[in-house]
Design a protein around this ligand. Structure first.
Ligand code: FES
Length: 109
C-alpha cells in the first residue's frame, strides 16, 4: 500500500465538499458525507468505468451524476439508480486524516 496526500481537511468543511486527483494513474474522489465522515472512492462510474466527477474540487448537491448516462451516486458511494445492487456502488478506498491532511491509500501495482 502507498499512502498519498490528496487535500487539506479544512477544504472539506461541509457535506458534499469534494476533491478529485489522479494518484499513480488512479482517479480518486474524496468527499465529506452527511455524517461528517471523509470518504474516498475510485472516481469512475460503475457503468462503463468512465470518469465520474471532472471538477478538481467543489461542492456537489448530495449526489454525483455521471455525465454519460446519468447514473447517480450518493455521498456514501451508493448507486441510486433503480435496480442496481452493491456491486454497482463506487469502489471505496482507504482514507485517513493526519494533522489536518487527507491521505488515500492505494495498492501498489
Ligand atoms: S458511463 Fe456512467 S452512466 Fe453510463
Amino acid at each position: 500500500m502507498i499512502r498519498l496526500h490528496v487535500c487539506e481537511e479544512s477544504k472539506l468543511s461541509e457535506a458534499g465538499d469534494f476533491f478529485t486527483s489522479l494518484l499513480h494513474g488512479v482517479p480518486v474522489l474524496v468527499v465529506k458525507d452527511w455524517s461528517g465522515r471523509i470518504r474516498a472512492f475510485v472516481n469512475e462510474c460503475q457503468h462503463q468505468k468512465v470518469q465520474l466527477e471532472w471538477d478538481e474540487s467543489g461542492k456537489c448537491g448530495g449526489v454525483f451524476t455521471c455525465p454519460f448516462h446519468g447514473w447517480t451516486y450518493d455521498l456514501e458511494g451508493r448507486n441510486l439508480s433503480p435496480g442496481f445492487g452493491p456491486d454497482s456502488h463506487l469502489e471505496p478506498l482507504p482514507v485517513e486524516v493526519t494533522d489536518g491532511r487527507v491521505f488515500v491509500s492505494l495498492t501498489q501495482p
